[in-house]
Design a protein around this ligand. Structure first.
Ligand code: HEC
Ligand code: HEC
Ligand code: HEC
Length: 280
């Protein structure tokens, strides 16, 4: 009697376990959350299964479908989520919030994020020379007098450079390049710009400081900004661009004279790197 009860129980629990296992398998096979399949069913007809637009996608008006391969690593999830959820008004890119739920959109983004792209720096240079140098200069130092930023000293990362190129800076001459350049061109130019970056050397800066500044400023930390009635700031509160201006054009220049005037802008970047290091 005892025995049969026990074996019945075992059979029952065995059954329950196998049902659990079966439903677990059913869950794993449910592909409503499979980013690749969702992409295939909802996006690939225009954007291509490998992220490169199809012939149909390329023929769309007013704007062709864009390459995902080239932006996958440079556009944030938040931005992708916004575009996919709300679409792009006036284009074939419709809002997907009616067909995909937020988790499915995230699954599609996971799939897009698997795309890889090898930037072409030679193309980046060619496109930079065609589209950017009028304001940023051939060397990227922006000595053109239109208020463009020096791209050699910029602190922006690749994603932020791409974002600036895609959307521009409203209210300035820097306008959106999204419809002037393809996504591969944007990725190539961004990587080229990134490759131009001047890597300031704090060790050189230390030597330059000793030679040109120490006679009056015994330590970098001890430098006091000349304040005005409206504000008094410390060195660590101002950004590198402002510090560069203070060194180059600050009131001390009439005393420091040739110590400051003979320095190149790269040397000033080195000194700033040294000052920042000392402030840490
Ligand atoms: C009917 C064609 C079509 C389908 C289907 C489609 N898109 Fe688009 N998509 C476009 C077009 C056209 C654009 C370009 C809009 C523009 O130029 O602003 C675009 C733009 C985008 C962008 C912005 C790219 C960029 O560089 O700015 C993203 C991201 C995007 N689509 C994702 C998706 C995803 C994810 C799906 C599927 C869930 C999808 N699209 C389905 C046509 C389509
Ligand atoms: C018509 C002039 C003009 C052209 C052409 C132009 N830019 Fe700009 N760019 C500007 C201006 C002006 C700013 C400064 C905007 C501001 O004050 O924030 C700027 C800022 C930037 C910044 C932000 C830098 C930072 O540190 O904040 C980047 C990156 C940039 N441009 C990249 C490019 C690239 C790449 C191209 C070519 C594809 C380009 N720009 C073409 C005028 C231009
Ligand atoms: C001949 C003396 C002298 C030399 C050399 C000198 N400075 Fe100064 N500097 C001053 C004086 C004086 C001030 C005014 C503030 C004070 O009294 O501390 C000042 C102020 C500054 C300020 C604040 C400027 C402002 O507008 O707020 C900075 C930044 C600075 N110095 C950096 C440097 C650096 C970097 C060097 C070396 C490249 C240097 N100085 C060389 C005398 C000098």
């Amino acid at each position: 009697m005892q025995k049969t009860k026990k074996s019945k129980f075992m059979i029952a629990s065995g059954l329950a376990i196998s049902m659990l296992v079966a439903s677990g398998i059913a869950c794993a096979e449910d592909d409503s959350m499979d980013g690749k399949k969702l992409y295939q069913g909802n996006c690939a007809s225009c954007h291509g299964m490998n992220g490169e637009p199809t012939e149909m996608g390329k023929s769309l008006k007013p704007f062709a479908a864009r390459n995902h391969r080239a932006i996958a690593q440079y556009v944030s999830r938040d931005e992708l989520r916004r575009i996919i959820t709300y679409g792009v008004k006036g284009t074939a890119m419709e809002a997907k919030k009616y067909t995909l739920d937020p988790l499915q959109i995230d699954a599609v983004i996971d799939f897009i994020k698997t795309f890889e792209y090898e930037p072409d720096l030679a193309n980046g240079k060619a496109r930079f020379e065609a589209v950017c140098v009028q304001c940023h200069g051939v060397d990227g130092r922006a000595q053109t007098g239109v208020g463009a930023k020096n791209l050699i000293y910029t602190k922006l990362g690749l994603e932020e450079i791409v974002h600036t190129m895609r959307y521009g800076r409203p209210g300035t001459l820097m306008d959106s390049k999204r419809h002037q350049l393809s996504n591969p061109d944007i990725a190539d130019v961004a990587n080229y710009v990134y490759s131009l970056r001047y890597n300031a050397d704090h060790k050189k800066g230390k030597i330059l400081f000793k030679e040109n500044c120490q006679s009056c400023h015994s330590t970098a930390k001890g430098i006091k900004l000349i304040s005005n009635a409206a504000s008094s700031q410390t060195l660590s509160e101002i950004d590198d661009h402002t510090l560069d201006l203070r060194i180059r054009h600050g009131r001390h220049v009439h005393k420091a004279g040739k110590h400051v005037n003979k320095l190149s802008s790269d040397e000033i970047q080195d000194i700033i790197a040294y000052i920042r290091d000392e402030l840490k």
